[in-house]
Design a protein around this ligand. Structure first.
Ligand code: HEM
Length: 416
């Protein structure tokens, strides 16, 4: 058989594995598919160009290496006008933090600030109050039988935390949440034309909303992050329009980054617990175990399964040659179960000495909101096992047909 034939049959096999990922079965358990992909090597050609990277250490190294960059605006423009990288919503994302490279990235990341221990402590009381309110609402519904944990709790907590932090009126939260579900297709691995059209419409509405918000805060500054970002941007950017655009992209991306991912994290940690009911009592008896349980659930099945980078020069990765400008897709969902990294990778074990996951990426783009996401998940699990009787899963959840961004559509529970 000639090399061309081998490559084309390899390509067909990989295409078919990716089709399986989009089925209901592939969504509820993508890991057997990842296992098959891994059996082809830690670096395998992606059917649409570039490579898939399946090894933990390789992904970790790549995320920290200056030789790999984000697909930024210049790279996107080179992909041609008809490419998916040049649709309106994807172009808009090209201005946000995770699509910037240094030195622009350094400037914008500095302007964004960070969640230090003090600011997380400040947020903590509000997160606990909201969590208790949502668990009370869940308990109320459970009196009549079953309730959808995803809708009642996991969809509500992140928007209340980030919406409250940004000072967005609660009446706007449901619409913003819906828009983020549509917008995420611009960040998916292989979005369809109709998904990108949804994302374009959502992006237009989000742009109008956040540009208005920036104008309002400029007219009436308050004690909130958007007002602080305006002051920071005014100090580094003399052009007022560019400063406002900088604040808009920051506020937009923080909302997009914070909602769906955290919702998935909350439901997936709770699903991990429902599937292992023997953990309920130990977690209730010893809240110190909760952070390790949360980290293990991020290793087990993180909200983001794929991160993309672009080669800045020609080179070789684990024997596979690549050219400058080619993409790699880091399969960070799969690498949590990489047997070369984790002993008994297929065991859910919160007692691991080194949990080791790349759920929040790595290097200069390490997730800015990781401390907030952790605060929410830890508070939720702690209060859940303390306040509610043991719950049981009524039926296996349904998932949205995604590849990069996991999304549970429901999580129906009942008292055990
Ligand atoms: C479980 C929840 C979350 C997950 C799994 C997650 C995951 C990620 C990942 C994988 C990246 C890096 C993308 C890349 O390397 O190209 C990232 C970046 C980012 N995340 Fe998160 N995120 C979560 C929650 C949040 C929250 C709550 C916020 C805001 C409060 C946030 C804000 C950001 C920002 C601003 C960036 C861009 C950082 C940069 O490019 O410098 N994220 N996140």
């Amino acid at each position: 058989m000639g090399t061309g034939t081998v490559q084309s049959s390899d390509r067909r096999a990989t295409v078919s594995l990716f089709s399986r990922l989009r089925t209901a079965r592939g969504q509820s358990d993508p890991f057997p598919v990842y296992e098959e992909l891994r059996s082809r090597g830690r670096v395998a050609p992606a059917p649409w160009g570039g490579h898939l990277v399946m090894g933990f250490d390789l992904c970790d190294r790549l995320l920290r290496s200056r030789e790999w960059a984000e697909p930024d605006q210049r790279w996107r423009a080179r992909q041609g006008r008809s490419s998916r990288w040049n649709t309106p919503s994807v172009r808009e994302m090209g201005h946000t933090l995770p699509a910037l490279n240094p030195p622009e990235h350094t400037r914008v990341r500095r302007a964004a600030g960070s969640f230090d221990r003090g600011s997380i402590q400040q947020m903590s009381k509000g997160v606990t109050t909201t969590t208790i309110r949502l668990l009370d609402a869940l308990a109320e519904q459970l009196r009549d039988g079953e309730a959808d944990f995803n809708a009642v709790v996991s969809e509500e907590l992140p928007v209340a935390v980030i919406g409250g932090w940004l000072g967005i009126p609660s009446a706007d939260w449901p619409r913003l949440r819906e828009l983020t579900h549509d917008q995420v297709f611009a960040q998916e691995l292989l979005p369809s034309a109709s998904q990108l059209a949804l994302s374009d419409a959502a992006t237009r509405e989000l742009r109008a909303y956040f540009m208005d918000l920036v104008r309002e805060r400029r007219a009436r500054p308050g004690d909130d992050p958007v007002s602080r970002w305006i002051a920071t941007w005014d100090a580094i950017e003399p052009d007022r329009e560019k400063a406002d655009a900088g604040v808009y992209y920051l506020a937009l991306f923080v909302l997009l980054a914070a909602l769906e991912t955290t919702t998935s994290m909350l439901s997936m940690a709770v699903l991990a617990l429902l599937d292992r009911p023997w953990w309920w009592d130990p977690l209730a008896a010893d809240p110190e175990l909760v952070p390790a349980f949360v980290e293990e659930s991020l290793r087990w099945d993180p909200p983001t399964h794929v991160i993309t980078r672009v080669a800045t020069r020609d080179g070789e990765l684990d024997g596979a040659a690549y050219r400058a400008g080619e993409t790699v897709h880091l399969m960070v969902g799969a690498v949590g179960r990489d047997p070369e990294r984790h002993r008994d990778a297929e065991q859910f074990d919160p007692h691991r000495s080194a949990p080791g996951h790349l759920a929040f990426s790595g290097g200069i783009h390490y997730c800015l909101g990781a401390p907030v996401a952790r605060l929410e998940a830890q508070t939720l699990l702690r209060e859940l096992v303390r306040r509610l009787p043991r719950l049981t899963l009524v039926r296996r959840p349904r998932w949205a047909p995604r590849i990069a961004f996991r999304r549970l559509l429901d999580l129906d529970v009942a008292p055990a």
